[in-house]
Design a protein around this ligand. Structure first.
Ligand SMILES: Nc1ncnc2c1ncn2[C@@H]1O[C@H](COP(=O)(O)OP(=O)(O)OP(=O)(O)O)[C@@H](O)[C@H]1O
Ligand SMILES: [Mg+2]
Length: 255
């Protein structure tokens, strides 16, 4: 029997005004796989994430999470069903400490917002989970540092921690290594590998060494469609991908 799907897109479409940005996207992401989404600027990759996470409603088509249609669900409801995303732009509370940022993320996932002081037990639980994530992302010694004072790479690591803090089984990361040096992004690859162990990852990424280092499969999005979805080796060899996405010979897809 085939592996059940974590995410499935069926003929997904999204228009802004008269412009159709997502033009019949189809995708099947099995449980436990790491998927990279690649494609040129403006292809619609972040828009796909906004649709899957519920920030945008599709114009038509279906999005299934663990086989359940997400139509009409709001972002926090989708989050409760086990899907968590990061943003292309860093999205942390700069004045809160690293630890407080993580604890907020845990509390949010537990359904506590303004009333979380009501349960000290839950707070203790949240503290423990936040400490675990802190350890996982390697920022323990920065625990009390205001997040705004972290280096850029540390902030992105914290953001990944915030994304996984709630225990979601399906993780969406939008350009997690953008703006990093080679050694920083090598480090980020190891971090992403660790925090997504046993989970499903969908990651938009431009850096081919990150893509080839992490992805079990690559989905190529061009002009609002998934034009190819295959193993890294086969995508690299795919003439259609080289032509449509790169417009140049194969070396642009080399590591
Ligand atoms: N809320 C919106 N309203 C109108 N147009 C939008 C909106 N969001 C995105 N677009 C347009 O949709 C297209 C796809 O944008 P999107 O951000 O999804 O691309 P992307 O593949 O993530 O690109 P990049 O690699 O540069 O991040 C762009 O032309 C963009 O201007
Ligand atoms: Mg984008």
């Amino acid at each position: 029997m085939s592996v059940p799907l974590a995410i499935e897109l069926r003929d997904l479409r999204k228009s802004f005004g008269k412009t159709e940005i997502i033009r019949g996207a189809n995708l099947k992401v099995p449980h436990g796989q790491r998927f990279a989404i690649i494609g040129p600027n403006g292809a619609g990759k972040s828009t796909l994430f906004n649709l899957i996470s519920g920030a945008f409603a599709p114009t038509s088509g279906e999005i299934l999470l663990n086989g359940h249609n997400l139509a009409g669900l709001r972002p926090f409801e989708i989050n409760r069903r086990g899907l968590s995303r990061s943003f292309q732009i860093t999205n942390i509370f700069h004045r809160l400490s690293v630890f407080e940022n993580l604890r907020c993320a845990v509390l949010y996932s537990l359904g506590y917002r303004y009333s979380f002081w009501q349960s000290l037990e839950k707070l203790a639980d949240a503290r423990e989970r936040a400490e675990n994530v802190l350890e996982l992302i390697g920022l323990k010694r920065r625990s009390e540092t205001p997040a705004g004072l972290l280096t850029y790479a540390e902030q992105r690591a914290l953001e990944i921690g915030i994304t996984v803090a709630g225990g979601a089984e399906v993780i969406l990361l939008d350009e997690p290594t953008a703006g990093m040096s080679r050694s920083e992004s090598d480090h980020a690859v190891e971090l992403i590998r660790t925090v997504t162990e046993g989970k499903t990852l969908l990651m938009v990424e431009h850096d081919m060494s990150v893509v080839f280092g992490l992805a079990d499969q690559i989905a190529v999005v061009v002009y609002g469609e998934v034009i190819a979805c295959d193993t890294p080796e086969r995508v690299r060899a795919n003439a259609k991908v080289q032509e449509a996405y790169l417009g140049t010979p194969a070396e642009a897809l080399d590591e």
